[in-house]
Design a protein around this ligand. Sequence first.
Ligand SMILES: NC(=O)c1ccc[n+]([C@@H]2O[C@H](COP(=O)([O-])OP(=O)(O)OC[C@H]3O[C@@H](n4cnc5c(N)ncnc54)[C@H](O)[C@@H]3O)[C@@H](O)[C@H]2O)c1
Length: 265
Amino acid sequence: MGRLEGRVATVIGAGQTPGETIGNGRATAITFAREGARLLLVDRDVESLQETAELARTGTGEVHTVALDITEPDAPQLAVTAATDRFGRIDILHNNVGIGEGDGPPHRLQEEAYDRIMEVNLRAMWRMCRSAIPAMREGGGGAIVNVSSLASVASAGNLTAYKLSKAGVNALTQNIAITNAKYGIRANAILPGFIDTPMAVDAAARASGRDRSELARERSAWVPLGRQGTAWDVAAAALFLASDEAAFITGILLPVDGGQSARIG
Ligand SMILES: NC(=O)c1ccc[n+]([C@@H]2O[C@H](COP(=O)([O-])OP(=O)(O)OC[C@H]3O[C@@H](n4cnc5c(N)ncnc54)[C@H](O)[C@@H]3O)[C@@H](O)[C@H]2O)c1
């Protein structure tokens, strides 16, 4: 407890897709709150955002919300201003937003889906970092955690735009790390593998008309540790990277994947 005591953390994409389990953004927001962070939570889904805020309020720190579609050009600055107006600073930026709807193999992917996925997953994340970095520099440093995907470095099947956008997230993260190290800002990415979240399992089962538990079993079978990860596994990695325990770690791409990336070597 208290690993983020007094820190101001902004979680972008703190709501979640409806489903049986908990999403990565929500679990991270709750984990940060339990560890004493003061939180500014952002999502475009107002209801889901409020649900996360209620759950996070069981922690020790203050929790505020702002409903924004992060792809709106002024949204990143509004999020940063909401945090600095309320708390006077921003120490941690956790970028969780990511989508994959409409994606396809390279020979079938449509322009509209490509543009949307790149806009949400990459451009909006870059803009979010661009807005937060000056405030972090002013405050003497900070930690950025970007949620990428194992798909950025491993086989992604039909997820062409998703893979490209997440490869971009990796490159963005490393570039931020290098250009901002001298200002005390660290930037790292998490590469989740198969995580049992509503977005990855419930939504995928609904979209393909498949049975949820059958899909979950299939995903587990791919993982060397024999199970899918949970959003709490991702949140634990985010907490580590956001905290002072990772003070000498910047520019890394951390798989949270039950060993799947070990197959790549
Ligand atoms: N679950 C997995 O197996 C898995 C694997 C690899 C990577 N990931 C990554 O994890 C991240 C999210 O996972 P999750 O389980 O929390 O998903 P989720 O869909 O439950 O949560 C994402 C949140 O982002 C919000 N959002 C989407 N577009 C937005 C926008 N334009 N503006 C503001 N908010 C927006 C959604 O409303 C939702 O609440 C994504 O980046 C995803 O690519 C997940």
